[in-house]
Write a protein that binds this ligand. Structure first.
Ligand code: G3P
Ligand code: CA
Length: 307
């Protein structure tokens, strides 16, 4: 769903609207927009370009994504870094933990060449040498052209992450502009953020799988029981701090949720944003279930279905 342009301050004042009212309107507008279908570009258009780099995010914006998805870690000097893994090894020419490297060292790495080797059919010489990005850089580049769907990764590694993130978003005016959702698998991380700023829309991620110790499906961190056992009270406990839930759809080729999961979440006031859906047939199946948006590495495919 395309959101309405947000008014600059001069236009707001000319209309006689107070900044406080405009802030409330912007947040209200975001929640209204969330009732429509949202295209969430997972790590950017990461099916086409190296995840979390300028080419991936530029393509995602150009393909009509409503939200750019970012995973966050912290550098040794406490900068908010946009990268998925705890370590550098998979997506850069570096190695070791993100948190053990300074911003300067991280910016010197090549975060693009791995993609050309892993995906020769989509390789582009321009991707070689792509840099890791900070959250600040991403916000500076895209401003309020798009919205941001930011995940706190491994928050137990970074006790300062929640506060640093909220301070950055507030300083940039993105909360007031209704431009941000924060997501996490960590209920504690989301509840910390909710305590710091209750206006930020939050989405609780969940991962349903089987384990050696379980008879059936379990949720990774125990946020809910297995989907078949979820009660309204379980969904309500999430609705106390979050506007939505982000589930995986399949595990080892089998569905872990179904249309009734979506219906029950909706009945309890929660949006449903499944991850990560890349095939058009799967996208259409979930749209038929009534989901409110989804994460995809191919935002153009999803746009072609929902437009
Ligand atoms: O944030 C939704 C989805 O991205 C969660 O999984 O591992 O891709 O961050 P992951
Ligand atoms: Ca993520």
């Amino acid at each position: 769903m395309k959101h309405l342009p947000r008014l600059p301050l001069a236009a707001i004042l000319a209309l006689g609207i107070t900044p406080l009212a405009a802030q409330a309107d912007a947040l209200e507008q975001q929640l209204t927009d969330l009732q429509g279908f949202q295209i969430i570009a997972h790590r950017g258009a990461s099916g086409y370009a190296p995840e979390h780099t300028w080419p991936a995010y530029d393509k995602a914006r150009d393909m009509g994504a409503d939200y750019l998805e970012l995973d966050l870690h912290m550098s040794a000097d406490n900068r908010l870094m946009v990268i998925h893994d705890d370590t550098l090894d998979r997506t850069t020419n570096g190695e070791g933990n993100v948190k053990d490297h300074t911003l300067e060292a991280l910016k010197a790495l090549d975060a693009g060449s791995w993609f050309n080797q892993a995906h020769p059919e989509r390789a582009d010489d321009a991707y070689a040498g792509a840099q890791l990005l900070t959250l600040d850089e991403v916000i500076d580049r895209y401003g309020d052209d798009v919205r941001y769907y930011i995940e706190t990764k491994s928050p137990e590694r970074y006790p300062e992450l929640q506060r640093a993130l909220v301070e950055t978003l507030e300083a940039e005016g993105l909360v007031d502009a209704g431009s941000v959702i924060i997501q996490s698998f960590s209920q504690d991380s989301l509840q910390q953020i909710h305590a710091l700023n209750p206006d930020i829309p939050l989405v609780q991620l969940v991962w349903y799988s089987t384990t050696e110790d379980s008879d059936g499906l379990v949720e990774w961190t125990g946020v809910t029981p297995a989907p078949a056992e979820i009660t309204d009270a379980d969904f309500q406990a999430i609705a106390d701090y979050a506007v939505g839930i982000g589930p995986n759809v399949t595990y080892e080729g089998q569905d872990v949720i179904d249309a009734s999961f979506v219906d029950q979440a909706h009945a309890n006031g929660l949006l449903v944003h499944p991850y990560t859906i890349n095939e058009p047939a799967d996208m259409q199946r979930l749209i038929d279930w009534g989901v409110d948006g989804m994460f995809t590495n191919f935002p153009d495919r999803l746009n072609a279905i929902v437009d």
